[in-house]
Design a protein. Structure first.
Length: 426
């Protein structure tokens, strides 16, 4: 058995019981974080987030770490219960988990460097890791583990290593050092000192715990317990917090970006004065209606609006447009679409509404308009003439013409009322 090679964090027989409970809590923490990372990664892929590949490989590393610390606890329990024949199973599982975790960290570093790295290239890394993990189950003097025999002492549990063990562990150590350095260097370049500090903290604790356990292999006991399991748990907590902070910033940036896009969209589709949709938006929506769509168009024209501007000024005229638009908005259903057609004219698409449904809507609007009061406009009476036509022409433009004709009949009939277009002949 080569000296200086430590089976990472496997508990020795001289460890107190309280250490076992501490490691059980650490195992619970790693399992919980792994579960959270699975849910987190699923959400990222569902939302097609560009950081999803990063989360995927980090999650795989966390799941391997969970298997690792669980194997550590299982070995300790086997020693406490005296079931020594079962020690090598969790022993091998822990070592195999270390190899898979290392493969995931290598893939993580590659994805951090280039998001669009080909999948087959990453699959090769995992395939090599899986192959090395399988070798841990082969018992041969020339392999990593020579037999199922092991020894225990106050400083650890040691397998019967084969001649390839030294090369295996040295290669893993070098790969981990190189990968950790590259990840830390990339974290240092990233924005946000807090994320950088937490990443350095997690890797530092992980590294120091490994150095401590290596000294235990050499017989130098700095602490009365194996530290790598606890170091792994602290590393996961720090790394998960760093990713959570990073993603919260990403969400903030995305929310800000969405708000900007929404404001731009509103500028393109909304009338700046009334806040209702503009004419172009309604035309596009009506163009997209199916030929068999049901509903109708309600054409609204304020009565004597020019006199309002002449009597009270254009500022009051603008305020009146805004007040009328608000009453229209409150009187609409979610499926209806209202727009300011131009000047003091409004067009409302009443979805799935026929002649019988248009009259209550018109009555509600007329009552709401009559109740409008503008400061500084004493004696202002607000009313509107309306025309309604049901979609039955095969072309909404023809329907709007019929609604406009009905509107003029409402004006001719005394204003402040609704007139319904005559049914389509034929």
């Amino acid at each position: 058995m080569p000296n200086g090679i430590l089976v990472a964090s496997l508990t020795g027989s001289g460890v107190d019981t309280w250490t076992l409970w501490l490691k059980i809590m650490a195992t619970g923490a790693t399992a919980t974080l792994s579960t959270l990372m699975v849910v987190f990664t699923w959400a990222l892929y569902r939302n097609r987030d560009r950081e999803a590949p990063v989360a995927l490989h980090f999650t795989i590393a966390n799941m391997a770490a969970t298997v690792y610390v669980s194997g550590d606890i299982a070995v300790r329990i086997c020693l406490l219960e005296g079931t020594l024949e079962s020690v090598m199973l969790p022993y091998r599982l822990s070592l195999a988990a270390v190899v898979i975790a290392l493969a995931a960290l290598i893939c993580l570093q590659q994805v951090l460097r280039r998001r669009q790295i080909p999948g087959p290239r990453l699959a090769v890394v995992y395939a090599v890791g899986a192959g090395l993990a399988v070798l841990l189950w082969v018992r041969h003097p020339a392999m990593i583990i020579a037999s199922d025999r092991f020894t225990t002492s106050d400083v650890g549990v040691f397998a019967d290593y084969g001649s390839a063990a030294t090369l295996f562990f040295v290669a893993c150590l070098l790969l981990f050092a190189i990968t950790a350095y590259r990840i830390l260097r990339r974290a240092h370049r990233a924005d946000g000192t807090l994320v950088w500090r937490m990443t350095v903290f997690g890797f530092s604790v992980f590294f120091l715990a490994g150095v401590h356990d290596t000294f235990r292999e050499l017989g130098v006991e700095l602490l009365p317990f194996s530290a790598l399991t606890l170091g792994c748990a602290l590393f996961q907590i720090g790394a998960f917090a760093a990713m959570a902070i990073h993603y919260s910033r990403t969400l903030h940036e995305r929310t800000h970006h969405d708000h900007q896009l929404r404001r731009l969209a509103d500028k393109a589709t909304r009338d700046p004065l009334s806040g209702l949709f503009n004419r172009a938006y309604l035309e596009n929506r009506l163009d997209s209606l199916a030929a068999a769509a049901k509903g109708g168009l309600l054409f609204v024209d304020l009565d004597h609006f020019k006199a309002v501007n002449d009597r009270f000024g254009h500022d009051h005229g603008d305020r009146l447009i805004l007040a009328v638009a608000e009453q229209i908005r409150q009187s609409m259903r979610d499926e209806d679409i209202a727009c300011r057609w131009g000047g003091d004219e409004f067009v409302i698409f009443l979805a799935e509404a026929g002649v019988t449904a248009a009259q209550p809507v018109a009555d509600r609007l007329l009552r709401a308009f009559a109740a409008i009061q503008l400061p500084g406009a004493v004696g202002l009476d607000v009313s509107a003439s309306m025309g309604f036509a049901e979609l039955a022409d095969g072309d909404w433009r023809i329907t709007l013409q019929r609604a406009d004709q009905a509107l003029y009949r409402a004006k001719a009939g005394g204003r402040n009322r609704l007139a319904v277009a005559r049914p389509v002949s034929g």
